[in-house]
Design a protein around this ligand. Structure first.
Ligand code: NAD
Ligand code: TYD
Length: 332
């Protein structure tokens, strides 16, 4: 695999994947195809080896642009997506354009070009909520919000192209991911940066919803393992095996930022809020993958990163972000 197209490579996990590929495989050239929506940021790939990195600004919902960028690529790894559940509750159209139509354009181009691997980065949220135990890849999907439903739609379409047209599609379903360069609308960077600024941490409902936290570099090695060693037509869960109630995560963030619990502000719950996500990653582990990051080290180093890199997040928490913040959190 010499030339890999990474879509959404200016986002949180996509940019970590680009950096991981460039430092791990000296022969790899990355075509980074990204629309640069509010969540895309070229600062996320600042300093990468530009001789092996070609940035193309484009929209995966634009079939011609996808086809032209994918020419000569051995593989495509699709990170490009609208990714925030709360925004999908406000308005879902962009989610359908990117997470469903965009995926269709990628598998269509792969069919026409004979691309050797199409890896679709998906999410544990497609399973929906589980009270006890963990979902396996053979369990049915049950998405319950417009974000997870559009990711599930993209998955179904991509797998249909595997069965019908032999497009070599592999899907990964990762759990909640954390680390540097995460857009501060997601709970972890939002709470860390709010705490640094002595601002309230808006905790939904009773704070007892559970998420399984996966360090971003471990998510990247999981995707890379599935890409290189996985089988077309297969789905692989990528789990952090690190479940935490939101309130427990919130208290840890307060400790690490040296702030008190008076900053916690319980607010009206998210509609359709999934109670618990949990997945079983035995199938990917059978291919040799393991998560390397311990939670205590991962959360401490991530909080430190946001403390030391205000240059990165301060310019983001302005303009469009503040408008969104107001719409999402005022009067709750
Ligand atoms: P992100 O929101 O940080 O970044 C998304 C990137 O995609 C941005 O750079 C954006 O500009 C780009 N993009 C959006 N629409 C596009 C379009 N139409 N054409 C081209 N580029 C477009 O997202 P993330 O958190 O890095 O997530 C990446 C992928 O991983 C997504 O597919 C998401 O569903 C999946 N995922 C995320 C998590 C998580 O916890 N963040 C967990 C599991 C799976
Ligand atoms: P989020 O980071 O939006 O990821 P996802 O919804 O994809 O899991 O939210 C993670 C958890 O944190 C989820 O249970 C909702 C909760 N949450 C809050 O309590 N307050 C917030 O302001 C946000 C954004 C999320």
């Amino acid at each position: 695999m010499k030339r890999i197209m990474v879509t959404g490579g200016a986002g949180f996990i996509g940019s970590a994947f680009v950096r991981y590929q460039l430092r791990t495989y000296p022969d790899v050239h990355i075509v980074n195809f990204d629309k640069l929506t509010y969540a895309g940021n070229l600062n996320n790939v600042k300093g990468v080896d530009e001789t092996r990195h070609t940035f193309v600004r484009g929209d995966i919902a634009d079939a011609e642009a996808v086809m032209s960028a994918m020419k000569d690529c051995d593989a495509v790894v699709n990170f490009a997506a609208e990714t925030h559940v709360d925004r999908s509750i406000m308005a879902a159209a962009d989610f359908i354009d990117t997470d469903v139509r965009g995926v269709h354009n990628i598998v269509e181009a792969a069919k026409a070009l004979g691309t050797k691997r199409v890896l679709l980065v998906s999410t544990d949220e497609v399973y929906g909520s589980i009270a006890k135990g963990s979902f396996k890849e053979t369990d049915p999907m049950g998405p319950r919000n417009p974000y997870s439903a559009s990711k599930a739609g993209g998955e179904l379409l991509a797998m249909a192209y595997f069965h019908t047209h032999n497009v070599p599609v592999i899907i990964t379903r990762g759990s909640n991911t954390y680390g540097p360069y995460q857009y501060p609308e997601k709970v972890l960077p939002l709470f860390v940066t709010n705490a640094i600024d002595n601002q309230p941490l808006p905790l939904y409902g009773d704070g007892k919803n559970v998420r399984d936290w996966l360090y971003v570099d471990d998510h990247c090695t999981g995707i890379d393992c599935a890409l290189r060693h996985g089988e077309p037509g297969q789905i692989y869960n990528v789990a952090g095996e690190n479940e935490r109630e939101n309130i427990v995560l919130t208290r840890r963030i307060l400790e690490l930022t040296g702030r008190g619990k008076e900053l916690i502000k319980p607010i009206t719950d998210r509609p359709g809020h999934d109670r618990r996500y949990s997945i079983d990653a035995s199938k990917l582990k059978a291919l040799g993958w393991r998560a390397a990051m311990e939670w205590d080290t991962g959360i401490a180093s991530t909080v430190r990163w946001y403390k030391e890199n205000e240059w990165w997040w301060r310019p983001i928490k302005t303009g469009e972000f503040l408008e969104y913040y107001k719409r999402q959190y005022d009067n709750r």
